[in-house]
Design a protein around this ligand. Structure first.
Ligand code: HEM
Length: 205
């Protein structure tokens, strides 16, 4: 009975995480359909999708420290869902830009990639995300071997700062928001370094 209860609780928590990741998209779609995206709806849409992509990438990075600090190792099972949602937001961000802003003018996209540094960095971050999304299944973990799979996923430590730099370069006036995301990333990196050192000290030579 208690096992069944914990399975039900488990599913409820999982559904909560899924809903929390999906809610910004649903809210954005609702605002879009009710004509509530402001004076420049296309810009709002692209920006909101981008910022939620970045937030979820950071939430994905928070999971491991949170699991260790709170002593809740099972939290790590949400990393994949959160990561895939981040990928979905960034993909929609890119597709909105290509489809709604550029009207599928791929020549213009190529020019933007070459001439606008913030697009260059965003595109690089997106391309690096693809192998992580593709290899997110258990089948790929087995096929690659856990160590190689984990090494591939270190790409996230490049993708997030690229996303932050992309954000920093595109804002014209107030640089505080991208700097805050950058600071969160640096704090998380600080924790990782501290933890690796601690583990190295604990391991007998
Ligand atoms: C991991 C990949 C990416 C992340 C995390 C990301 C994130 C962001 C963020 C946070 C913003 C600013 C949102 C705001 O102002 O509130 C933004 C804006 C934008 N991004 Fe991305 N982005 C990524 C990839 C891309 C790619 C691949 C493209 C296009 C090739 C792109 C094009 C744009 C454009 C056009 C804007 C709006 C610029 C403006 O309104 O002036 N992004 N992105």
């Amino acid at each position: 009975m208690s096992k069944r209860l914990s399975k039900t609780q488990d599913n409820a928590v999982y559904a909560g995480v899924w809903l929390a990741c999906f809610a910004p998209l649903a809210w954005l779609a609702w605002r879009g359909f009710s004509g509530d995206l402001g004076a420049n709806p296309i810009e709002t849409l692209i920006r909101q999708l981008g910022v939620w992509g970045l937030r979820l990438l950071l939430v994905g990075l928070v999971i491991t420290p949170a699991a260790r600090i709170l002593r809740k190792p099972r939290l790590v099972r949400f990393r994949r869902t959160i990561g895939l949602f981040a990928f979905a937001y960034v993909t929609l961000h890119l597709f909105s830009y290509i489809g709604i802003d550029l009207f599928f003018d791929f020549g213009q996209l190529w020019k933007d990639i070459l001439k606008r540094p913030f697009i260059t960095l965003g595109m690089l971050a997106f391309v690096l995300l693809i192998p992580l999304a593709v290899t997110s299944t258990n089948g790929w973990v087995i096929r690659m071997g856990r160590a190689a799979w984990q090494r591939l996923h270190w790409l996230i430590y490049l993708i997030v700062p690229l996303g932050v730099a992309h954000y920093y370069l595109l804002v014209k006036a107030d640089h505080r928001p991208p700097l805050v995301y950058g600071a969160v990333f640096l704090a998380l990196m600080g924790w990782r370094v501290w933890e690796l050192r601690k583990r190295a000290q604990q391991t007998p030579a």
